[in-house]
Design a protein around this ligand. Structure first.
Ligand code: ATP
Ligand code: MG
Length: 795
């Protein structure tokens, strides 16, 4: 097959070639951003398949997001065609869900288990924190959730933690109790939280070696992308899978309908004795999940863990221009705890990085929107542009302006769709069918729509269930036994009937497979017959109209699911929803600009990238200041953002930022100072946009609380209280920011604003640097201005 491999190996540089064709047991590929790590992994899979080193079903490839998994599957498909079917290319979480669905009955769960997202486990913990009166000890649900998550990522359970905790500390004791109760509640509900998916799979493999053996025999090649972001539990999972099987007799197996007729070559040399071959790729400069327990040591200690491992270094970057790479190198070079490596390309310097400082975040957003239109006119497709920010809340200003400017956009990752109350309600109805012991789901729908069932009834059902050792679901079907009044009995019986009817549709008792359309039909039935939709339709709350649309959208998702998964069951559907909701988006983004956090951007690439909010306290983020290693991690995050761009990179910031109803004065990020000045061309003000008459009103409307125009001021800007650090940016700050010092303004005063003209002060609110003047301008109407820096003078 030498000739057919030519295309597979074409264009690879020597170390890449080595990484694709190496055939030993352990391979570590370390390299900077954009050097082809993911591409090499993809080609390596294709190469293994072509050389018949492995069958598709013997390959497990782990990516960081579902989107990345989809892309890799597609690329392998392009390289080897049909042969790519049957491979497991997925995230850690999806792979573990697959394993747990098959094996859950081994340890007291059923394959219909529910996956609790972060909101679900928060709700459960809220109840437990209340029961234990734990807030008196500073144990908020969020804090408890964070600690439990961290412990699970380190594979600690409630008992093992209790053994080494200081149990004479009452707060510790209560935490341990809550942790234990939480775990028992999950077990009772036949549910796993997100961290459990991985931790419990490790537990399963360790407790049931014969189960682990099935997977150890099965996977001959395990490949992991973004290895620098694996936490301890994920690391342990990989170790369990690469161990040689302990049992003696290999069993024949079949997977995904694909029978194995011919043993792969590997068998001849006795793969059972050595375990699966492991390939990992990573870049310690892109480790950005330490806060979730990711451990760079997984990379640095790989050679110790796998003696004899081959290490391949990739250095040439194929993604970005040299200007972008030089900026990236300069910034990451400020991290001291790293091996120095420099990205380089032979593709030329390219365009300069564009810098922009807006007066406010709206001003910044308007610049981004305008520039996107300019690029679009130059034939850059919207789908090749991305806007990044550090925190989700920053997207709001961008969205406002994008909607007004008719820029098509999609928010990637952290999609809030599945977090909406009405979507969670609808999904809870499905969970009530799929996993009736999930008490939380049933409690959620008990009074949705309103059926006159309150807390008292809910508690009575729970007590009855406990006393009679039955599930909450079974208890509610028997309301006469609990002595409720006729209205409540009727309501409960009706709910029970609806659930029974939908179950018959979605989970036929005869053992035959329900048609894939059953999920859509079942959901429609549940929402109609329960009265949920009628309640929304009858409501006069305008919000409920939007809710109705969202629920319709969910029904559309179930229909699409049926089209894509001809054998899909309700459980498959709920799995897909749970994993997608937590990780990334289902939607395809063709034809729109992608908006996302810098964390979500990992591994992706775009022709043009806008990094917004490049300010102190945002990137590096305020909370990182107190975390050990925090600022370094923020620098890596910034590095990830910068290295996503192929041709054009924009770095933008705002002088003032309104957040949580407060206007704060923002400072340029230290990372800007770390970039050599000659790499950045600063477009300080959008003056040319402003002076074009037609666009003026749009631009003005977009700018709050004030605006600054195109004229350049002679005065070097000074922005107390931290003006000194701004002075380091003589050519980097907007031209027309003022420091009005202690300008005394009072209602009744007249002022002149550089852009808005003359006006009359109605009121002054706030104090010190945050004093705001409420001004009625003759030309443009009412505006609020931050007195300290607005371009105004008193008349
Ligand atoms: P990241 O660290 O951001 O995940 P990466 O190391 O995984 O980056 P890839 O995404 O695999 O890098 O590759 C970056 C870009 O370079 C891709 O567009 C890829 O197609 C291209 N590329 C990789 N290797 C080569 C090569 N030998 N010749 C030409 N293009 C290449
Ligand atoms: Mg990659």
């Amino acid at each position: 097959s030498q000739r057919s491999d030519d295309d597979l190996l074409a264009g690879l540089n020597p170390p890449q070639l080595e990484a694709v064709t190496y055939r030993g047991q352990a391979l570590l590929i370390v390299a900077g951003a954009g050097s082809g790590k993911t591409s090499v992994l993809t080609r390596r899979i294709a190469s293994l398949l072509r050389a018949r080193e492995a069958w598709p079903s013997q390959i497990l490839a782990i990516t960081f997001t579902n989107k990345a998994a989809g892309e890799m599957r597609e690329r392998v498909g392009q390289l080897v065609g049909e042969a790519s079917r049957g491979m497991w290319i997925s995230t850690f979480h999806s792979a573990c869900v697959r394993i747990l669905r098959r094996e859950a009955q081994q340890f007291g769960f059923t394959s219909a288990f529910t996956i609790y997202d972060s909101g679900d486990s928060r709700a459960l913990l809220k109840r437990l924190v209340k029961e234990h009166e734990a807030d008196a000890f500073g144990l908020t649900p969020a804090a408890v959730q964070g600690r439990i998550s961290k412990l699970k990522n380190e594979l600690a359970d409630a008992e093992s933690y209790a053994r080494q905790a200081n149990m004479s500390d009452p707060a510790e004791r209560i935490f341990v109790e809550i942790f234990g109760d939480y775990q028992r509640a999950l077990q009772r509900a036949n549910a796993f939280d997100f961290d459990d998916l991985i931790a419990q799979t490790v537990y399963l493999f360790r407790a049931f070696p014969q189960v682990a053996d099935v997977y150890r025999r099965r996977f001959r090649h395990i490949l992991v992308d973004e290895y620098q972001d694996t936490n301890h539990a994920q690391y342990a999972l990989i170790h369990e899978l690469t161990r040689p099987p302990v049992g003696a007799t290999p069993e024949p197996y079949a997977d995904s309908g694909m029978m194995i007729f011919e043993a792969p070559k590997h068998d001849a040399i006795g793969a059972e004795a050595v375990g699966a071959a492991l390939t990992v790729v990573g870049d310690s400069d892109q480790s950005i999940y330490a806060f979730r327990g990711a451990d760079i040591r997984n990379i640095s200690e790989f050679e110790r863990d796998f003696p004899g491992a081959k290490v391949v270094l990739l250095e040439q970057n194929y993604r970005s221009t040299q200007n972008i790479l030089s900026a990236a190198n300069a910034v990451i070079g400020h991290n001291f705890d790293r091996k120095d490596k420099k990205l380089w390309t032979d593709s030329g310097a390219g365009e300069k990085i564009v810098g922009f400082t807006g007066y406010s975040q709206h001003d910044e957003a308007q610049f981004v929107a305008d520039e996107i239109e300019v690029l679009h006119k130059k034939d850059v497709p919207y789908s090749e542009m991305a806007v990044f920010y550090r925190t989700n809340s920053q997207s709001r200003a961008l969205e406002e302006i994008f909607i007004r400017s008719a820029v098509p956009y999609k928010i990637m990752g952290g999609t809030k769709f599945y977090e909406r109350a009405e979507i969670k309600d609808a999904l809870a109805y499905l969970v009530a069918i799929a996993n009736p012991v999930d008490e939380m789901a049933i409690r959620r729908i008990l009074n949705k729509p309103k059926r006159g069932i309150g807390d008292v009834t809910e508690t009575a059902i729970a007590r009855y269930a406990e006393e009679n050792e039955m599930s909450f679901r079974d208890a509610l079907a028997n309301p006469s036994a609990m002595g409720f009044g006729p209205k409540i009995q009727k309501a409960l019986l009706h709910l029970d009937e609806v659930l029974v009817e939908a179950s018959a549709l979605m989970l036929p008792a005869t053992g035959e497979l329900a048609p894939p359309t059953a999920v859509a039909e079942g959901l429609t039935l549940l929402l109609n017959k329960s009265g949920y939709l009628d309640a929304l339709r009858a409501s006069r709350d305008p919000q409920d109209e939007a809710r109705l649309e969202n629920v319709d959208e969910l029904v559309a998702v179930t229909r699409e699911f049926a089209r894509n998964n001809p054998e899909g069951t309700i459980i498959d559907f709920l799995t897909e929803v749970a994993l997608v909701a937590a990780a990334d988006d289902l939607d395809d983004t063709s034809g729109s600009v992608s908006l996302m956090t810098m964390h979500t951007a990992k591994g992706l690439e775009y022709d043009s990238v806008f990094l917004t909010g490049v300010e102190e306290d945002l990137i590096p983020h305020r909370i990182s200041a107190n975390e050990p290693g925090g600022p370094s991690e923020e620098r890596r995050l910034f590095y990830v953002g910068v290295t996503r761009a192929r041709k054009r990179l924009y770095l933008s910031l705002a002088m003032t930022r309104a957040q949580f109803g407060e206007v704060t004065v923002a400072m340029p990020s230290r990372f800007l100072q770390e970039i050599p000045a000659e790499l950045i061309e600063w477009r300080q003000s959008p003056g040319d946009v402003n002076s074009r008459g037609g666009m003026q009103s749009r631009a003005l409307n977009a700018r709050k609380p004030g605006s600054w125009g195109g004229r350049r001021s002679e005065n070097p800007p000074a922005l107390a209280p931290r003006s000194t650090s701004l002075d380091k940016f003589p050519n980097r700050v907007p031209a027309k920011v003022r420091d009005n010092g202690e300008m005394e303004l009072a209602s009744g005063d007249r002022i002149r604003h550089d852009d808005f003209g003359e006006g009359h002060v109605d009121a002054v609110t706030g104090e010190g640097a945050k004093r705001v003047a409420h001004v009625r301008f003759e030309a443009v109407g009412a505006k609020k201005l931050l007195i300290k820096i607005a371009p105004i003078e008193k008349l």
